[in-house]
Write a protein that binds this ligand. Structure first.
Ligand SMILES: [Zn+2]
Length: 257
């Protein structure tokens, strides 16, 4: 996939893009922490960064969370955590959850680049709907990792499966056989497959169940021109934001191309 400055938002069989620009809503990228629960002290000494902050009253945003107007996208770029979980309590407060079972993390505070900024410069963001028709074969195939192919006709579903089998075979990855195999293989636009981690909220019944989270956003490494969130060498890293349909906890993970 070509690198773009588009951040894609997913929900309700709709796609929107978040890009630099002004609108009637006060969506932003970067800036200071926007609510309680985000400080270093609140996060076991770990500094998290605010990325987008979206006003969910904008009808172009295809995401809804009960009792929440401002949806912040946070991530931990400190290598002590790969994935970050957070539950929005209100527009004034959130609670973070850090996975304790990730072996691939650093013991010491370390950042993607020298002089990593304590926060990203704040800039305005606009949201625009993007064409997407879940009953169209090409659209469904291209975004199957976010929405599946369940809205396609039976013949089109068969075509999509045949096509992904051919791609997998040509890459020497083996031909999918079960429904589960196909669901994993039909993973565009996620470069390393659709993430299937469990909910990070220890009190949620999805805590032990994989594959339950809904993808709500896909963010490139340079979401705003000139802001390289993963540093000079991290241009191919994407962030995937997923949300638990039971407790609305957000889980953020990264993938490389
Ligand atoms: Zn949950």
């Amino acid at each position: 996939m070509a690198k773009t400055l588009n951040t894609f938002l997913f929900g309700d069989y709709r796609i929107a893009t978040a890009t630099s620009g002004r609108s009637g809503y006060k969506h932003t990228f970067g800036g200071a922490h926007d609510r309680k629960g985000t400080s270093r002290e609140d996060c076991n000494g770990i500094l998290i960064h605010l990325l987008h902050r979206l006003d969910l009253t904008d009808p172009a945003v295809p995401i809804a969370i009960p009792g929440v107007r401002w949806l912040p996208f946070y991530y931990c770029f400190d290598f002590r955590a790969n994935d970050l979980g957070y539950q929005l309590i209100s527009d004034e407060e959130l609670v973070t959850f850090f996975p304790e079972d990730d072996p691939n993390v650093s013991q010491e505070e370390s950042w993607p680049d020298d002089n990593f900024p304590p926060e990203f410069p704040e800039s305005p963001i606009k949201i625009a709907p993007r064409d997407y028709d879940p009953t169209n074969l090409e659209d469904a195939f291209q975004w199957a990792g976010a929405f599946g192919i369940g809205k396609l006709s039976a013949p089109d579903q068969a075509t999509a499966k045949a096509r992904v089998s051919e791609i997998m075979d040509s890459l020497g990855l083996g031909i999918p056989e079960t429904e589960e195999d196909f669901e994993q293989a039909l993973s565009r636009p996620f470069m390393q497959g659709k993430p299937d981690g469990p909910c990070l909220n220890p009190e949620c019944s999805n805590r032990k169940t994989r594959g339950q989270l809904i993808s709500i956003a896909l963010m490139p490494a340079e979401p705003v021109r000139g802001v390289h969130t993963f540093g000079r060498w991290g241009g191919g890293v994407q962030l995937i934001f997923q949300m638990c349909p039971k407790c609305y906890t957000i889980r953020v993970s990264n993938q490389c191309d």
